[in-house]
Design a protein around this ligand. Structure first.
Ligand SMILES: [Fe+2]
Ligand SMILES: [Fe+2]
Length: 313
C-alpha cells in the first residue's frame, strides 16, 4: 500500500465514528414516504406502440418549455444513480458504517428518478421517446467523480455542495412548474436531498477538525471547479443557460443558497488551526467567492435588463 492509500484508509477509519453517528441520526430523522402517492395516476392513458394508445404530442404538455427542460435535467441527473453509487462505493467503501450509508443513500436516491419519470409520463408532460433516448445516452456516458484522485475529503466536500445544489434545483423547478402536484413531489424529493446534505456537511465538519489544511484545500478546489452532477448530459450548457435565465438555478442562487450556507454552517472562513498552506487555501477561496459574487450580480443585472426590455415591447 502506498503512503497515499494508507492515509486515505486512515481517514476513512478516523471518520467512521462520525459516519456512524450521522447515519443513526439520519435513520431516526428521515421519514418513510411513498412515491406512488405523489403521482396523479388518474390522468394516465396508454401510449401508441405496443398498446395502441395515443401518440404523444407537445400540446398535451401543460408545462412551459423551460419547466420541461428543468425537469428533464433533474430527472436525467437522478437517472445516473448507478454511476454515483459506483463512485461513492469505490471512494467510501462498502464496509461498516460507510457501507451502510452508501447503500441507504442509494436506496433513497432510487425513488427520485422513478417518481419524476412516473409524473412526467402520466401527465404527458414530456416526449417519452425523446426522454428515453436521452436517458440511454446520458447513462451510457456515466458519471465520474472528478475529485476521486484528490482524496476522500475532496469527495466529501463535493457531495456536501452537490446535495444542496440538487435540493435547491428540485425545489425551484417544482415552484417554477406552476403545477401544484409537481411542486409537491419535487418538494418531497428536496427534503431527501436536504438530509443528504446535512449528513455530508457534518462529515465535512469532522474532516475539518481532523485535517484542517486538507479540508480547506478540498473545499477551495471543489468550490472553484464545481459542476452539477448532470453536467455530462447532452446540451447541458444550453439547458443550464435556460434554467439560469428563468431564475431556477443561477450563479446568485449557487453562491447564496448553496455555497454560502455550507461554508457558514461549518465556519469555514473562521477556522483556526490552519498552517500557512491552509491559510493560503482560505485566501484563495475568499478571493474566488468574491469574484463569483460579482459575476452573479452581473448576470442578474443583465437578465433583469433583458426582461425589462422584453416587457416594454
Ligand atoms: Fe436525488
Ligand atoms: Fe441526494
Amino acid at each position: 500500500m502506498t503512503p497515499q492509500n494508507l492515509s486515505q484508509t486512515a481517514l476513512l477509519l478516523e471518520l467512521e465514528p462520525t459516519v456512524e453517528a450521522n447515519l443513526n441520526r439520519h435513520l431516526t430523522t428521515a421519514k418513510e414516504w411513498f412515491p406512488h402517492e405523489y403521482v396523479p395516476w388518474s390522468l394516465g392513458t396508454d401510449f401508441d406502440g405496443v398498446l395502441g394508445g395515443e401518440k404523444w404530442t407537445p400540446e398535451q404538455s401543460k408545462l412551459s418549455d423551460v419547466a420541461r427542460t428543468s425537469l428533464i435535467v433533474n430527472l436525467l441527473t437522478e437517472d445516473n444513480l448507478p454511476s454515483y453509487h459506483h463512485e461513492i462505493a469505490v471512494h467510501f467503501g462498502r464496509d461498516g458504517a460507510w457501507g451502510t450509508w452508501v447503500h441507504r443513500w442509494t436506496a433513497e436516491e432510487g425513488r427520485h428518478g422513478a417518481a419524476i419519470r412516473d409524473y412526467l409520463t402520466v401527465t404527458r408532460a414530456v416526449d417519452p421517446i425523446a426522454l428515453e433516448r436521452a436517458r440511454m445516452d446520458h447513462m451510457e456516458v456515466g458519471f465520474t467523480n472528478e475529485y476521486g484522485d484528490l482524496g476522500l475529503i475532496h469527495s466529501i466536500a463535493y457531495v456536501s455542495f452537490q446535495e444542496l445544489a440538487t435540493r435547491v434545483s428540485h425545489r425551484n423547478t417544482g415552484r417554477y412548474s406552476g403545477d401544484p402536484v409537481c411542486e409537491q413531489l419535487l418538494a418531497r424529493i428536496a427534503l431527501d436531498e436536504n438530509l443528504h446534505m446535512v449528513f455530508y456537511r457534518d462529515l465535512l465538519g469532522a474532516a475539518f477538525d481532523l485535517a484542517p489544511d486538507l479540508a480547506m484545500r478540498a473545499v477551495c478546489d471543489v468550490v472553484k471547479t464545481f459542476q452539477m452532477p448532470g453536467a455530462g448530459m447532452e446540451n447541458f450548457a444550453r439547458k443550464s443557460v435556460q434554467i439560469a435565465k428563468a431564475g431556477i438555478y443561477d450563479l446568485r442562487i449557487h453562491h447564496d443558497e448553496v455555497l454560502t450556507p455550507v461554508l457558514r454552517n461549518l465556519k469555514v472562513l473562521e477556522r483556526t488551526g490552519l498552517s500557512g498552506e491552509g491559510e493560503r487555501s482560505r485566501e484563495e477561496l475568499v478571493g474566488f467567492l468574491s469574484e463569483l459574487d460579482q459575476a452573479a450580480t452581473r448576470f442578474t443585472e443583465r437578465r433583469d435588463a433583458l426582461n425589462a426590455k422584453r416587457a416594454a415591447r
